[in-house]
Ligand binder design. Structure first.
Ligand SMILES: C[S@@+](CC[C@H](N)C(=O)[O-])C[C@H]1O[C@@H](n2cnc3c(N)ncnc32)[C@H](O)[C@@H]1O
Length: 294
């Protein structure tokens, strides 16, 4: 764990301070545990603290699945994909990556997944960037570590396994947060944005590139499948992203289109069902630059 981040962790259960016990490498937590003053214990393995005690249903990665992804070159592909930011020119995502990388402050990426979120692009744009990738599926992060170790990549990257809806960080402690479909991937995005607002420094910034399945296609799919749209998908449309931000005391500094694309059968179970009966589902969203309300 990079020292820039060691000081900001607190216990996600009782919010008490944590102290590290175990083996350090160059001052950095390596193997051991974090103990809270309230008696909670969180393991740290190969520098990666793990704040997940019970599997998060939206983040069910197994070591076997990660081994498969590594063997099939998926981490390699996603790492190299980061270079696209150099040629993407004027996309909203590239602009957010450049802005985040230029700030020169430590960055936490939310729900990074095997895709890596902003991390690969940030490190292409600024190899000196100090970045923490996170995910509630801690095996994903061990996969990234294994990939970087295998490539001899020694950039300032570290990892932490935590639930974005229960961040193990002190209030006002995080300067930059990035998310590429990270907040959109948790079961309750509103709770995750509320957490982001809690931990964000008063002068901090969030770059949230978020996407949603579009309502029209889901309506057609529901009627063809005999599903009750409201029951199945209604909760996803109760609030828009700007309404989440408003509710959490976050203001939108800037907004640009992220992407819009037709979903394929491999995207998720709904896209698979839609594909089988010839219904088009679309996914799309925006990139938001967010700060705390004054
Ligand atoms: C589709 S990926 C997100 C995209 C990813 N940032 C990328 O660049 O490809 C979804 C990730 O969100 C993670 N996730 C789901 N629920 C989460 C939660 N509550 N907290 C943190 N991560 C979560 C999953 O483990 C998965 O790796």
């Amino acid at each position: 764990m990079l020292e820039e981040f060691q000081k900001i962790f607190i216990d996600p259960v009782d919010y008490s301070p944590l102290s590290f016990e175990g083996e350090r490498k160059n001052g950095r937590w390596y193997n051991g545990c974090l103990r809270s003053s309230g008696g909670e214990i969180w393991p740290v393995r190969e520098g990666i603290p793990d704040f997940i005690r019970t599997e998060v249903p939206s983040a069910t990665w197994t070591n076997e699945r990660i081994k498969d992804l590594l063997a099939n070159g998926i981490y390699e592909r996603n790492w190299r994909n980061g270079r696209r930011v150099l040629t993407e020119g004027d996309s909203g995502f590239a602009e957010a990556c450049r802005d985040a990388a230029d700030r020169g402050r430590p960055i936490i990426d939310i729900a990074s997944g095997p895709g890596g979120g902003f991390m690969p692009a940030l490190l292409v744009l600024n190899p000196g960037a100090v970045v923490m990738a996170s995910d509630a599926g801690t095996p994903v992060l061990h996969g990234w570590k294994e990939y970087f170790d295998s490539q001899g990549i020694t950039l300032s990257i570290c990892f932490a396994g935590f639930d974005a809806m229960k961040m193990p960080m002190a209030p006002n402690s995080v300067e930059v947060i990035t998310s590429a479909v990270g907040f959109s991937s948790v079961s309750e995005p509103l709770i995750a944005f509320r957490e982001a607002a809690r931990v964000l420094a008063d002068d901090g910034i969030i770059y949230a590139a978020e996407a949603k399945m579009e309502r029209e296609g889901l309506k057609v799919l529901s009627s063809k499948m005999g599903w009750d749209f409201e029951e199945k998908f209604g909760h996803r449309f109760k609030m828009s992203f700007p309404e989440f931000f408003d509710e959490c005391g976050l203001k939108v500094l800037k907004e640009r289109p992220y992407f819009r694309r037709k979903m394929g059968p491999d995207d998720n179970e709904y896209a698979e069902a839609a594909h089988k009966i010839g219904v088009e589902l679309w996914l799309g969203g925006n990139v938001y630059w967010l700060a705390k309300e004054d």
